[in-house]
Design a binder for this molecule. Sequence first.
Ligand code: PML
Ligand code: MG
Ligand code: MG
Length: 264
Amino acid sequence: MKTMVYSVRMRAAQGGPHEKGGRHISGAEKIVPFEQVAQTIQQMLHRAKSHALGEPDFININVERLELQYIKYITALPLQTAKTKDHEHALWCARQLLSASGVQPAAIERALELLARGPAPGGQNMRGAVIMDAASGRRLEPDPWRGVRVSRMDYTPRAAAELSRLLESMGLEHFRVREALALATKVIYAGTLAEICCSDDPHYTTGYVSSQRFGYVRIPHLKHASFKGGRVFFIRSQEINLEEYISRLQEEPVLIDQIRISNG
Ligand code: PML
Ligand code: MG
Ligand code: MG
């Protein structure tokens, strides 16, 4: 992208703004040239209004120009899909991947518990992610109501077109795959050891485990019908400056300019 680019971010909640206790409904992130800002805002409004979690009464859309020289260009994590047959098999697969990535059993079980009952206090969905120590399972995000919301990431137009072609050829053109791959790529790039995610959309049951070691592994049936969903980022807290890490996740603009898909 040679022209000026803008970060466009949306968050929607029910019962008031997020910061006043509203329930999180939907969020979205894009980086687009100025000519696409208006269209992007419209798409995000539509998206906020049509989420399966319900009708929001608070929608915040934020537009911010990014300094081109601060944008980092990175390669997408390699994407593959596990052949999990049911929820039990999916849990087994997630445990294996996380464990082989260096996450300890106590932390894995704690994370699965949070995805099942909702990570926010009282068992609600959270706007952002849980940050968890990969050894002890201790939660490290400063605000357990909000979590940490990863922001300012997208694909270059060329990489987006290539990814669409590839995903379409695999029957995976759902926008959630595209967006989750961008987020997961930024999360690993920022120094995360591994992540587990399943959607807060009650109808979307494929989740993923991503890691430095295995890339982005989609896991069909990871989300049980009773799961609230959410994201947990595992870090080695002794090796990372938490404040800098969180600011990378939230602030650092990142564009994915290379795609890697493994069909295995
Ligand atoms: C979300 O709702 O944002 C999470 C979607 C996970 C997507 C998993 C996939 O199908 O690749
Ligand atoms: Mg969501
Ligand atoms: Mg989301």
